[in-house]
Design a protein around this ligand. Structure first.
Ligand code: ZN
Length: 356
């Protein structure tokens, strides 16, 4: 007898960016089983991935150099210089193009994909086997200082905003890619950033703490009336990447009733932060176990970073997710806890944040 696997709802993927950059028709490749990357509809179905947050990410122009150019070894670790801020013109045009891809996917899918705007809609999708995509901005560069775009994008389906990706913008300063260190690097939110958090609370939009530095984190924690959420991150106690949360941050998220999506990015999982794809899946389970033991399983979820980061080769792509659920079982999560981590914790927090 085989134990059935619960459906998985995931906190972060960069599929829209990949389709924007690589699909000549900007969208339809999502329906074909690909060899590259991690996520398309066929591989989601194979792995039991029922939906997740779909990030809009606006990359810097090529003249700003690439990650490799900016990375520097520091003896005991590394440091990556952040790319410069991007202009509003580039941000808004790329953002509209990526949102259009998601809306087009929904239309072309003949009922197989839905852009979910409420927790009730996600639940209905899970029950009906429809893939549920939630629209997220990873970095709010497409939002103007007067926040007009926020209202417009909300109507287009936007339900989650990370005020900053790691590079700076008018809302705040992100956390750089650096190891080994705490996330306490640089200043926090600007006044515009604080206004953005309040506006998100008012509209019922999730504020994502992933990619904020520690000061920005505390700024959001002091202001927000919603559960605190970091969509794709891990525990700084196990891997001292600046992107990872300290114990005090983990405790504060738990006290707010929020959730932490564990990232599958190997450099944020490994104690040595190496880009080693031979990283065992048990390391994702270790971070889940650490957070569950510290603050309770209610606050543990998944945040794959599929199509945006390098993940363990034992997982491969979305079709390998049952092997991750097995690794979580091996780390001591029982079947009730596994359902919580797989999708129920996300649903609880989204329902509270979106008020329905
Ligand atoms: Zn990210």
């Amino acid at each position: 007898m085989t134990t059935p696997y619960p459906p998985i709802f995931d906190g972060h993927n960069d599929t829209l960016m990949v389709l924007y950059e690589n699909d000549p028709e900007r969208g339809p490749l999502f329906f074909q089983r690909g060899q590259k990357g991690h996520l398309d509809l066929p591989r989601a179905r194979e792995g039991g991935l029922a939906g997740g947050l779909f990030a809009v990410f606006v990359d810097n122009p090529p003249e700003d150099g690439n990650y490799g150019d900016r990375r520097r070894e520091t003896g005991d670790g590394y440091e990556v210089a952040l790319p410069p801020a991007i202009g509003y013109e580039r941000a808004i045009s790329t953002t509209l193009a990526q949102i259009a891809i998601l809306l087009r996917l929904e239309r072309l899918s003949e009922g197989q994909v839905k852009v979910a705007r409420s927790a009730a809609e996600i639940e209905a999708c899970l029950a009906a086997g429809v893939f549920a995509a939630v629209l997220h901005l990873e970095g709010a560069e497409a939002i103007d200082p007067g926040l007009d775009a926020l209202d417009v994008l909300y109507q287009a389906g936007l339900r989650s905003v990370g005020p900053v990706w790691s590079r700076p913008n008018i809302f705040g300063h992100g956390v750089p890619f650096k190891f080994p260190t705490s996330p306490d690097i640089g200043p926090g939110l600007t006044e515009a950033g604080k206004a953005l958090v309040k506006a998100c609370n008012r509209l019922g939009i999730l504020v994502d703490l992933a990619h904020l530095n520690e000061k920005g984190f505390w700024d959001v924690a002091a202001l927000s009336d919603a559960p605190l959420v970091a969509t794709h991150t891990a525990a700084n106690a196990l891997c001292r990447s600046a992107r990872n949360l300290t114990d005090r941050q983990i405790e504060t998220i738990a006290e707010s009733g929020g959730v932490i999506g564990i990232s599958f990015f190997v450099a944020d999982l490994r104690p040595d932060s190496r880009y080693d794809l031979e990283t065992p899946l048990s390391l994702i389970a270790d971070h889940a176990r650490y957070i569950a033991d510290r603050v309770g399983v209610d606050h543990v979820a998944l945040g794959s970073d599929f199509n945006g980061a390098r993940v363990p080769q034992d997982l491969g792509d979305a079709s390998g997710l049952p092997r991750l659920l097995d690794a979580l079982r091996a780390a001591g999560f029982d079947e009730d806890e596994l359902r919580q981590v797989a999708y129920q914790n996300w649903l609880r927090v989204l329902r509270a944040t979106w008020r329905g």
